[in-house]
Design a protein. Structure first.
Length: 279
């Protein structure tokens, strides 16, 4: 009889233990199931001033960060519930497919090839390929680069676009990152840096560069930045689009643009039509 009581007590303890464990699991990351979870993982760049930058104190700043924070708030997450995940360009599609992040806001230009692999909300910014030059530069159009030194990152389609079709006599210099290109521009080693105007404006807006550079304003391409979502997750796309529409209508979008790009005199396009996914 005593043995039976011990068995009953042991069984009861085991059931209670399993129940407690099951309840505790609800406190884990819920980034894959939408709002209401304890955390949400969002992919951004860590090395692009004005857009997505991890600062020395461990905080994050930039337009993409502000957009993602606003969207997360509309999905039910406070800033403290956001876990920022570095998603480099080459790994963005894989990060979404693996479920590493719920969505990605990282200068993610929408194009037909990417739409085969991921779904996009937005666009939330229309950027253009441009040139960054010194304040006193006489370069006013892309063909002025012939015979000049041009810098971009290794494998950049922006640099090849100019070098192959617009200014074939430009001396192309490719570096591992845009920081190296900006340093070369500052020292006079190159005459111009090319990539999206939003990226160039972010670098130019840094305190250490204020007043030194200017954007040429050439609009050499259209780059519609979208928020990447795992392929097939139409529900999240709809929620994010609703959040972006509210961000624009409330004035928060314009405030974020001015805060992050204003110091570089960035003449941004008006907010694009949300949900108008174009190439």
């Amino acid at each position: 009889m005593k043995l039976r009581k011990v068995t009953v007590f042991a069984t009861t303890a085991l059931v209670l233990s399993l129940a407690a464990t099951a309840c505790g699991s609800s406190d884990k990351d819920d980034s894959g199931s939408g709002s209401g979870g304890s955390k949400i993982k969002i992919g951004i760049k860590f090395d692009q001033p004005g857009l997505g930058l991890k600062q020395p104190d461990g905080t994050y700043a930039g337009f993409d960060v502000d957009v993602a924070t606003y969207v997360a708030g509309q999905l039910g997450y406070k800033p403290a519930q956001i876990e920022w995940v570095e998603t480099k360009s080459a790994d963005r599609e894989n990060a979404l497919a693996r479920g590493d992040v719920k969505f990605i806001a990282a200068t993610y230009s929408i194009n037909d090839e990417r739409k085969k692999k991921v779904d996009f909300a937005g666009p939330y910014l229309l950027a253009h390929q441009d040139l960054l030059v010194k304040k006193d530069s006489t370069i006013a159009k892309a063909t002025d680069l012939n015979g000049k030194n041009l810098c971009s990152v290794t494998g950049s389609t922006s640099a090849q676009n100019i070098h192959d079709t617009i200014a074939p006599k430009a001396n192309l210099r490719e570096n591992a990152g845009y920081s190296e290109c900006i340093a070369a521009l500052q020292s006079g080693a190159v005459d111009a840096v090319t990539t999206d105007d939003s990226i160039l404006a972010g670098f130019a807006a840094q305190d250490k560069f204020k007043g030194q550079f200017k954007l040429a304003g050439l609009k050499l391409s259209n780059e519609n930045y979208g928020i990447g979502v795992k392929k097939g997750d139409s529900a999240t796309v709809t929620k994010i689009n609703t959040a972006l529409e509210k961000m624009v209508s409330s004035g928060a979008w314009e405030t974020a643009v001015t805060k992050n790009f204003g110091p570089a005199d960035y003449k941004n396009e008006p907010a694009p039509k949300i949900g108008n996914i174009v190439k």
